[in-house]
Design a binder for this molecule. Structure first.
Ligand code: CMC
Length: 425
């Protein structure tokens, strides 16, 4: 098959088709409006391919997720977040020496200008850390106006990821009253440094537990990319106007924040706490979810693409059991989550709609075990997703994409005259 035929108002149009590396078929409508005058309408973009991409492959029916061809199960079990970041951004796993220089560049570029430290301090104490991260990411462009990813991609990437970690850690410290950021340790991983920058108390030695470091590394990897999701599409949208790299990342952070996307990890935890506070009655909560009038969703369930299982959720559930087991934590919220999952998997409402746990269903329980507060969960997702956003931003630039500018089907008034204020009824 190499073309599709469209009949519109008695006229026939031939549309080229294309087949991706994994066999997915697309109809190329790039010239449709020019030849037929018509556009397509696809609210929510469930049927629209916005680009060609060589970064991440997802097969929602089979529950497959691969970064640059490598399965997420392998990467989350064997690779480090630094390796995965390099893989996503550059397309290949790093050599030993490249990995070393990338890891030290991340540690060497985490300093924040003192004005930014003052700005972070000036936000309300309970201001949401995602608001702080988005604002500070955009603010980085004012301190580093000469950052040029075309001339020094690795330097800009290291500065962006390193400083994002410091902004996140500093907003956590502000919340907890822990004072200024401690020194970074260039000999340890990104995950260990995040834990250090967040938790180390002034004047005290701090060494994160290997269990937590490993778990955080895995969490960051599992979140690192997911093809054309809402936040990544936002990064591409903003980047397509040739806005700077910091502005593009700030756009991604804002897209991620919502509870239907990355903000679901916070919403899941709040849902579990609410069920616990109401006596732990999971059946009652599920009745509410199934009542479409209630507007209540089972947070951490369902996915636009995965209609069988989310491979990230499988990894996350296992990690949750391991981390809590190794730390000797018994979290009653985990029992509630397990009960909700069991009810959902046996209930026709969820089965018929192909709703399964997604990556966010169990991640919050692991973050909680690490001592990370609920409103920081989505920030953790953002730190993990940063290399994915950067990889997509680079891909967009490399292909010289046109500005993204969708069309619409207009549903408003037809032309009508202006009425002076004195004549309005
Ligand atoms: N609880 C109850 N019903 C649901 C849920 C849910 N979590 N998700 C979907 N449905 C129902 C929905 O009401 C609809 O029913 P009907 O056909 O009777 O109208 C049907 O399932 C299809 O839902 P949809 O809203 O058309 O699905 P979507 O592909 O537009 O939305 C989603 C995907 C993830 C936004 C949605 O499943 C959802 O809201 N889930 C809860 C929020 C969540 O966990 N988000 C995290 C996603 S994974 C992290 C990431 O973003 O990468």
């Amino acid at each position: 098959m190499n073309s599709a035929r469209l009949t519109l108002n008695g006229n026939e149009f031939e549309l080229p088709t294309l087949v991706g590396e994994e066999g997915e078929v697309g109809i190329d409508i790039a010239k449709l409006r020019g030849s037929s005058g018509a556009i397509t309408l696809d609210p929510g973009y469930g049927n629209t391919g916005s680009c060609r991409s060589a970064i991440t492959f997802v097969d929602g029916e089979k529950g497959i997720l691969r970064y640059r061809g490598i399965a997420i199960d392998e990467l989350s079990a064997d690779a480090s977040f630094e390796e995965v970041s390099h893989l996503l951004i550059h397309g290949e796993l790093p050599t030993e020496s490249t990995l070393k220089s990338f890891t030290s560049a991340l540690a060497a570029n985490n300093d924040l200008p003192k004005e930014m430290v003052t700005m972070i301090d000036a936000f309300p104490k309970d201001g949401h850390p995602m608001g702080i991260l988005a604002a500070m990411m955009a603010a980085l462009s004012t301190f580093y106006p000469d950052a040029d990813p075309d001339a020094d991609l690795d330097g800009v990437v290291a500065g962006l990821m390193g400083r994002a970690m410091s902004i996140a850690a500093l907003s956590y410290r502000k919340q907890k009253g822990l004072g200024p950021l401690p020194e970074i340790d260039p000999s340890v991983s990104y995950a260990a440094n995040f834990l250090r920058l967040s938790h180390a108390e002034s004047g005290k030695e701090y060494k994160p537990s290997k269990v937590l470091e490993h778990a955080l590394d895995m969490l960051l990897i599992v979140h690192a990319d997911h093809e054309q999701n809402c936040s990544t599409s936002t990064v591409r949208m903003v980047g397509s106007s040739q806005a700077n790299i910091f502005a593009s990342m700030a756009g991604g952070i804002c897209g991620l924040w919502g509870p239907l996307h990355g903000g679901a990890n916070q919403a899941v935890l709040e849902m579990l706490e609410q069920i616990q506070a109401n006596g732990g009655d999971c059946t009652k909560h599920m009745e509410l979810v199934k009542d479409k009038e209630s507007g209540v969703r089972l947070m951490g369930f369902g996915h636009r693409v995965y209609k069988n299982f989310d491979p990230r959720a499988t990894i996350m559930k296992k990690a949750c059991d391991e981390v809590l087991g190794e730390l000797g934590i018994e979290d009653p919220l985990l029992d509630i989550a397990r009960k909700l999952e069991k009810i959902a998997l046996d209930d026709d409402f969820f089965v018929k709609r192909k709703l399964y746990p997604n990556v966010d269903f169990y991640s919050g329980i692991v973050y909680r075990a690490m001592g990370i507060p609920t409103d920081m969960f989505t920030v953790m997702f953002a730190l993990g997703r940063m290399p994915g956003w950067l990889a997509h931003w680079k891909e967009l630039r490399d292909e010289g994409s046109r500005i993204h500018r969708p069309r619409q089907i207009y549903t408003g008034y037809q032309a009508r005259p202006y009425v002076p204020v004195a004549d309005r009824g």
